[in-house]
Design a protein around this ligand. Structure first.
Ligand SMILES: [Zn+2]
Ligand SMILES: [Zn+2]
Length: 192
């Protein structure tokens, strides 16, 4: 799941910089519970959901910002081929999602990547329809706040509104290209 930079005008959960510790988080247990949930989705009953269990799970590099999870197909497999869990080399999840704070989102990420593994290689209409069947509506909406969370950890620059004081942490300068969504004032760059 790839989250490109979204506009500055949206709400952010600022100041939430505490790293959850993940010593008890198990990818295997997560896989089991996601697969169990998927078995409860009638629209997926034509698929061999159990075969997803064989896909090796791993972690993205810890400083990944835009990528939250990825389904990597085996060498030579093309998106246009008939995809099945056999075509998948591994699924990687962002390591910072593997903790109590983000567990609900991590489950949803894995569900999303499992849909890719079942043959829905693109984010087409059918993919989005199935994705929306995930039971946890809150988890389905957590992508933006996870993006913000990652940016706040990685940001070298703070873009600040001199009117309302709102701060947006980013890896690059704004260079006079962004305005505050509330005050419509130009944001200034301050080293974070
Ligand atoms: Zn995807
Ligand atoms: Zn402002």
């Amino acid at each position: 799941m790839n989250w490109s930079r979204s506009p500055v005008t949206r709400k952010e959960d600022e100041g939430d910089l505490v790293l959850g510790h993940n010593s008890f988080f198990s990818l295997e247990r997560m896989s089991d519970s996601v697969i169990e949930e998927m078995k409860n989705i009638p629209d997926l009953s034509v698929f061999h959901i159990g075969a997803l269990r064989q896909i090796p799970l791993g972690k993205l590099r810890i400083n990944a910002v835009r990528l939250h999870a990825v389904c990597r197909y085996k060498k030579g497999v093309r998106k246009t081929d008939q995809i099945s869990p056999d075509s998948v080399r591994c699924i990687d999840i962002h390591p910072l999602a593997l903790n109590n704070k983000w567990a609900k989102y991590a489950n949803f990420l894995l569900f999303h990547e499992y849909l890719h593994a079942l043959g829905f290689s693109n984010h087409g209409r059918e993919f989005r329809r199935l994705e929306a069947l995930w039971h946890d509506g809150e988890a389905r909406e957590m992508g933006r706040s996870f993006s913000t969370y990652l940016r706040n950890l990685n940001g070298k620059w703070a873009w600040i509104c001199t009117s309302c004081g709102k701060k947006h942490v980013r890896s690059k300068r704004s260079n006079g290209r962004y305005w505050c969504g509330l005050c419509l004032r130009l944001l200034i760059d301050v080293e974070n």
